[in-house]
Design a protein around this ligand. Structure first.
Ligand code: ATP
Length: 370
């Protein structure tokens, strides 16, 4: 069957909180969102943007002030948490410490009074799916952090939920393990074919795993898109700054030709191919450091130049990050592979940029309203 593009529908979800000082916070400000069946979707945003509130509302640990949540066409907001076909994996694995791995994983089936034979078989299957077969008899304290999180995952998938919610499940793990688990989680989701809603404030994690990313900004959705769209064509300055390294320049179109436009950014001129821009229009431009280089042959397509005064060079393995400032004093950075000449602080560098990689951020920064 064709996956429904609206398997989960969040419809005008609104939730306020009172601060101790008597103020009002719109933790969720009239959010609408559709999620397809078997999609890996990530809620991304800084601390306090409303990620956890949305997850708790879907799980049934928190209520909406207004709006609705539909799963496969049915409203679920009147159902208590334990009746919803939804499970949650938390950052703290929340395993029962006195129970074996097998009893932790099988807990939901024991509650549902599934017979022992089927229960044991499904526990073994769930553990195999998370790469931990045969450890039923161990206690959580005898496992590493990564293994405990896999057990928590096995426990969350054993009763075949329609939807799995994951609240920063990898943030307690060290970096290498986290990278490995990111790939494993994505594989597990594909294998299970169910919808995962993943919460993180880590943009790299979001880019690695997601089919769609929802960027939240103060309780509103700034953008919904694939990792590629969010990274390359951010709709707002907030999204551009939150994802990846970014150079953002404000400027005004000062001349137009059939080739493109010249944009004056406080004394520094940037050339763009964006023919939709009008003479005199004020714009915000995004130029990622990887689309700039000291050597033109590292870049693709038409190029233009600008001058940067170098403040700092950082070696990051395959590349050098060059940090400095433009002639107008604004901070700027570039990523370059080779440096034929030694780089000296205070030096004026000619940087080439890939004209077609220049992205114009729409001037009206309206949030998506439901
Ligand atoms: P973090 O990454 O820090 O967990 P978050 O994006 O998950 O942040 P939420 O926990 O959803 O953010 O909180 C959104 C806003 O609502 C914040 O301003 C928070 O202070 C506020 N908030 C959340 N829960 C409550 C509550 N029970 N009472 C009062 N305010 C709350």
């Amino acid at each position: 069957s064709i996956p429904s593009p609206e398997y989960i529908k969040i419809h005008h979800a609104h939730r306020q909180f009172m601060t101790p000082e008597g103020g009002i916070i719109n933790a969720l400000d009239n959010i609408s969102l559709s999620i397809a069946q078997s999609e890996f979707i990530t809620l991304l945003g800084p601390s306090g943007c409303g990620k956890t509130t949305l997850l708790k509302i879907i799980a049934g640990f928190e209520e909406l002030d207004s709006g609705d949540i539909l799963l496969d066409g049915q409203s679920i907001i009147q159902q208590p948490a334990h009746k919803r076909p939804v499970n949650t994996v938390f950052q703290s694995y929340a395993l029962f410490p006195h129970m074996t791995v097998g009893d932790n994983v099988g807990y939901g089936l024991d509650i549902a009074k599934v017979n022992k034979v089927e229960r044991n078989q499904r526990v073994a299957e769930a553990l195999t799916m998370v790469g931990l077969s045969g450890i039923e008899q161990r206690l959580p304290s005898q496992l590493s952090g990564g293994q405990q999180q896999r057990v928590a995952l096995a426990r969350a998938i054993i009763n075949r939920p329609k939807l799995l919610l994951l609240d920063e499940p990898l943030s307690a793990l060290d970096k290498n393990l986290r990278l490995q688990m990111q790939l494993e989680l994505k594989n597990l989701q594909t294998e299970l074919g169910i919808c995962f809603i993943f919460v993180t404030h880590d943009q790299e994690e979001a880019l690695t795993m997601s089919d769609q990313i929802v960027v939240l900004n103060s309780g509103k959705i700034d953008q919904i898109g694939t990792p590629d769209e969010i990274y390359h064509t951010p709709k707002t300055e907030f999204v551009a700054r939150f994802i990846g390294e970014s150079n953002i320049l404000s400027g005004m179109v000062i001349s137009k030709s059939e080739n493109g436009v010249n944009i004056d950014c406080n004394g520094c001129t940037i050339f763009s191919h964006d023919q939709t821009l009008k003479l005199g229009e004020e714009v915000k431009l995004l130029l990622r450091p990887e689309h700039l280089s000291l050597t033109p042959n590292e870049l693709e397509g038409p190029q233009a130049q600008l001058t940067m005064t170098l403040n700092q060079t950082v070696f990051v393995g395959s590349d050098y990050q060059l940090h400095g400032e433009l002639s107008n004093g604004l901070p700027f950075s570039a990523l370059t592979r080779k440096t034929n000449t030694p780089l000296i602080k205070g030096q004026q560098l000619t940087l080439y940029y890939q004209v077609d990689a220049l992205h114009t951020i729409p001037a009206k920064q309206k949030s998506i309203k439901g």
